[in-house]
Design a protein around this ligand. Sequence first.
Ligand SMILES: [Zn+2]
Length: 400
Amino acid sequence: MEPRKRIKRAIEWSLKFRVDASVNRARAGHLDLPHGGVSSPVYMPVGTKASIKGITYNEMKEMGCEILLSNTYHLGNFPGTEVLDHFDGLHSFEGWSGNILTDSGGFQMVSLLKLANITEAGVEFQSPVDGSMMLLTPEESIRIQNSIGGDIMMALDDVVNPMSTPERLEEACHRTNRWIDRCIEGHNPIKPQNLFGIVQGGLDLRLRDISLAGLIPKDLPGYAIGGLCGGEKKDDFWKIVAHCTDKLPWDKPRYVMGVGYPVDLVVCACLGADMFDCVFPTRTARFGQVFTTKGFLKLRREEMKNDLTPIEPGCQCSTCRKYSKSFLCEAFHKEEATCYLLSVHNIYFLLNLMRRLRQSIVTNTLDAFVKDFMVNWFGGLENVPKWVFDAMKEAKISLE
Ligand SMILES: [Zn+2]
């Protein structure tokens, strides 16, 4: 094939990122995006109308949410790009005035669809509508994300479980680096959107370095660390995050994908990560599980029928301000839809956890904040796992 002759001007990305304060590797940052500012570290709830089930955008705003994640795969099916183009994007279609980050659609396909196969061309999959074989290429992923009009778009990567064979991990790492050029090429800069690249390489530091070396020269407005949360050991998890944040540019936001467990958020933020997303807070709410500063709480009807205190005393979420544990247990067992009240608390918990952590960076009290959080969560310093101590040592944060 003839090399492309077309010379494209370097794209001017609109995202502006600054670090307001830092404690060792941890940063209190600020992202200036087309739909307003975002203070980081930040947890981004997954929030297309179909997935936040019962929580309104007004409630999201009231909770202080500045950026939501939307699934490209779902939006490409419904409402589809024609409708999105007609409405000039998802913001006006759904009436959300804050920022939106869209995923590439690739992860959803590989995890949701049985018949997904990755080739150099893209992700092949069987249409859930009519069963025909379809292909999501890097160009097509960006075309759909252009129609959605999110403030941050994610590059299509070769999604691979970190437990895959070394050959498969090597292939995925190189292919993701090849696909980033096709994503940039496929971007139509009609709206002020921003493209993040994704660092791959599984648990292999050499592959992570190859991925980093391929991506950083692209001078993208931000970078994500992908390929984690596939059941790897916590020791491997934090070391990969630390390795990548150490090499990624200081003046760009870093997003650890698929992380939503409170302890992991705190650890990653201390290691220099800025953005997180996960469906875990809403998924675990469906099983009657809620986050508290003292760890997980399972709402049990028998134990809590006379408990008139909220899930977390002092929590400012709308659930804790209105309802007792006793009420929530009764409601939860009678009407499954009330699990949205628990989702509200869990999402607020993570939003607020990141706000408080940010504040402790600004006031240079991060050590005390992290120690307090870990001691409460694990029920004493002696119960904090070794991997947390090791990660905090790397982050130069003392828990003693
Ligand atoms: Zn609450």
